[in-house]
Design a protein around this ligand. Structure first.
Ligand SMILES: *[C@@H]1O[C@H](CO)[C@@H](O)[C@H](O)[C@H]1NC(C)=O
Ligand SMILES: *[C@@H]1O[C@H](CO)[C@@H](O)[C@H](O)[C@H]1NC(C)=O
Ligand SMILES: *[C@@H]1O[C@H](CO)[C@@H](O)[C@H](O)[C@H]1NC(C)=O
Ligand SMILES: *[C@@H]1O[C@H](CO)[C@@H](O)[C@H](O)[C@H]1NC(C)=O
Ligand SMILES: *[C@@H]1O[C@H](CO)[C@@H](O)[C@H](O)[C@H]1NC(C)=O
Ligand SMILES: *[C@@H]1O[C@H](CO)[C@@H](O)[C@H](O)[C@H]1NC(C)=O
Ligand SMILES: *[C@@H]1O[C@H](CO)[C@@H](O)[C@H](O)[C@H]1NC(C)=O
Length: 547
């Protein structure tokens, strides 16, 4: 049953009830068609419906997960069901609330206090059965925020659909989740929640703020005000999210900010800061988006793929909500999407779209539909305590080719998330032909990388690499040639549709490997590696120029 189509065939009194229960965008239902947010909501909730296991009362995990069922997805789906409110939806949501809450960790002595399980099959965190302990292994501290934010929407907008006992149960659960969220301190007990960890910081802040207001707990309210100020102080230094230009997490941060703007108390700092941050974030992504390639150009602080037309990102959701699926950086078909997991989140983005769109300027919006012409983006982003100085971002945007890079000096490899598969500080994307997008992404092995883009060129050097640190190399992953059409990939100077010239003080004999046993973020790739001579003395560098 579709959010809007559901209206036909009901009598006027029923329509009035349904409409009042619906999000504002759906309240405008008429016979002339749906809004983009309606379309996104319906497409994605129906996809979620396909994962529902009615025996268990959970959604089956849509991707690799720590168990058969996915608690976080189920938690999201409960709010979505209330928004749709079709036959049986509310009862299904109530079952989910009961199930998910029954797996919440309730002992205040535990570091994971108030968190929800990854999956109902998992043993208690911290027990010896686990091969790995610590955050993000036996428990994911961010699930409090993902589920908590979805449920604050449920109570704010659909409370009238729920039995009083369920409302009280959710309130109590969120109070515990909010209190547990305050246990998180970056650098303590393996936790990484610093203000630079933009997406959970922003979600946690609204969760704690909203619960504080709802439950009259001034400690929580004040804690959230402090978090909002800490976030804003960092953000104001360069007017950028620290998790900058992440095709997935920029979307999550925007969603969280729309909750700040919509659900925080009138006199809160959240309400005060959200509009400015959202407006600026929309502008940044509209500058870095190439509507011709349907991709966000690099650099990507955190990515789960190399072509947004092949994987599900959450910037894909905000652009879909703004200009429609036709223009969105979203796979043509939901079957076979990489990282399909995040599609479960899309209906909640749809519900937040009216709020988010208040801060999208006409000019930025038009960039999502039509590439505005060649331009250059510069900016800075800062992630203390990981960065020893703010990262400098340079991106050259042209119609068929984008080159994006950032300089970075950290003490860890892989960016603040310490993930080599996600951190892509230097990226070239281009049109191979009318539908294939090529991508060359620098695979990081160093913690200090000077990567700078300029028109038609990319230069990467390693200011801190020395002979004593072992073999030093420049690795590039090339992906995107899905239909080879006889083209042979022979190296950086032998790529389809991108004539490159390489200049480097590394050895001229590069290696090129296509390993069928290995993918990164689901993408199969050619790994092209240039290695420095064993006894080099100069700073290692490599320059690529489009000729
Ligand atoms: C129907 O809804 C669309 C989308 O919200 C709106 O643009 C249009 O003006 C509406 N038409 C009528 C007749 O209400
Ligand atoms: C708020 O914090 C104070 C000081 O730590 C404490 O005494 C009080 O019980 C807390 N109030 C609530 C509602 O938790
Ligand atoms: C980053 O850019 C700023 C402003 O242009 C400049 O002052 C600074 O030296 C640059 N830092 C690095 C490491 O390139
Ligand atoms: C971009 O690629 C198209 C073919 O897809 C080609 O017709 C056009 O000339 C190219 N534009 C530029 C500026 O290279
Ligand atoms: C890079 O090397 C310099 C000089 O040896 C040192 O001061 C700095 O801490 C190093 N930076 C990183 C991120 O390792
Ligand atoms: C690719 O390699 C094959 C086998 O070496 C050769 O027959 C073919 O001509 C090459 N194609 C191109 C476009 O160079
Ligand atoms: C690419 O190849 C280099 C050299 O063999 C290797 O060190 C690196 O781990 C490879 N990267 C990936 C993602 O396979």
């Amino acid at each position: 049953m579709k959010l809007k189509i559901a209206l036909w065939g009901l009598n006027v009194a029923q329509i009035a009830t349904v409409v009042s229960a619906m999000p504002s965008f759906a309240g405008r239902a008429n016979s002339t068609g749906t809004t983009y947010a309606d379309d996104m909501f319906n497409t994605a909730i129906e996809w979620n419906d396909g994962f529902w296991d009615d025996e268990a009362g959970y959604l089956i995990a849509a991707a690799s997960n720590d168990g058969r069922y996915d608690t976080r997805h189920s938690g999201w789906y409960a709010t979505q069901l209330l928004a749709r409110n079709g036959p049986g939806d509310v009862a299904r949501a109530v079952r989910i609330f009961d199930n998910v809450i029954s797996g919440q960790y309730l002992n205040p002595a535990w570091q994971w206090y108030g968190d929800y399980q990854h999956s109902p099959s998992e043993p208690e965190p911290g027990t010896p059965e686990y091969v790995n302990g610590g955050p993000y292994t036996s428990w994911d501290p961010n699930i409090r925020d993902f589920v908590g934010c979805a449920w604050l929407m449920a109570l704010s907008d659909y409370e009238h659909l729920l039995p009083a006992a369920t409302v009280a149960k959710i309130e109590n659960s969120l109070l515990i989740a909010a209190k547990g969220d305050l246990y998180r301190v970056g650098g303590v007990d393996g936790d990484n929640l610093y203000p630079c960890y933009s997406n959970p910081w922003l979600m946690g802040t609204i969760l704690v703020s909203w619960v504080g207001t709802r439950m009259g707990d001034r400690n929580l309210t004040q804690a959230a005000e402090n978090s909002a100020q800490e976030f804003y102080d960092l953000w104001s230094q360069h007017r950028t999210l620290s998790e900058f230009n992440s095709p997935t997490y920029a979307g999550v941060s925007m969603w969280a900010l729309s909750l700040w703007s919509k659900y925080a108390a009138e006199d809160s700092l959240l309400k005060k800061y959200a509009p400015e941050v959202l407006t600026t974030t929309w502008n940044d992504i509209s500058q870095l988006y190439n509507a011709n390639l349907k991709n966000l150009a690099g650099p990507w602080d955190r990515t789960y793929g190399y072509n947004m037309k092949e994987y599900t990102s959450l910037v894909g959701a905000v652009i879909w909500g703004a200009v429609g699926r036709e223009y969105a950086p979203f796979p043509q078909r939901t079957s076979g999407m990489y990282h399909q997991d995040d599609f479960a989140f899309y209906p909640l983005f749809a519900l937040s779209m009216p709020e988010m769109l208040k801060y999208l300027s006409a000019e930025s919006k038009s960039n999502f539909i039509k590439f505005p012409g060649e331009h250059f983006f510069t900016g800075q982003a800062y992630s203390p305590p990981f960065d020893t100085y703010p990262r400098n971002i340079t991106t050259w945007m042209s119609k068929n080719i984008t080159i994006g890079a950032e300089t970075i000096a950290e003490h860890v490899v892989g960016g603040p998330a310490e993930s080599t598969s996600a951190f892509s500080p230097a990226v070239i994307q281009w049109k191979i032909d009318n539908y294939q997008i090529g991508c060359v992404s620098h695979w990081v092995t160093e913690s200090s990388i000077h990567a700078v883009a300029s028109p038609r060129a990319l230069k990467i050097s390693y200011p801190n690499a020395t002979v004593s640190s072992g073999p030093v190399s420049f690795n590039f992953l090339f992906s995107g040639l899905n239909v080879r059409n006889g083209f042979n990939v022979t190296g950086l100077e032998g790529l389809p549709g991108l004539p490159l010239e390489v200049n480097t003080n590394a050895g001229a004999d590069y290696s090129i490997v296509y390993d069928t046993d290995q993918t990164v973020n689901d993408f199969i790739f050619y790994n092209i590696t240039y290695t420095m001579p064993e006894h080099f003395t100069e700073e290692p560098y490599i320059s690529l120029r489009v000729v």
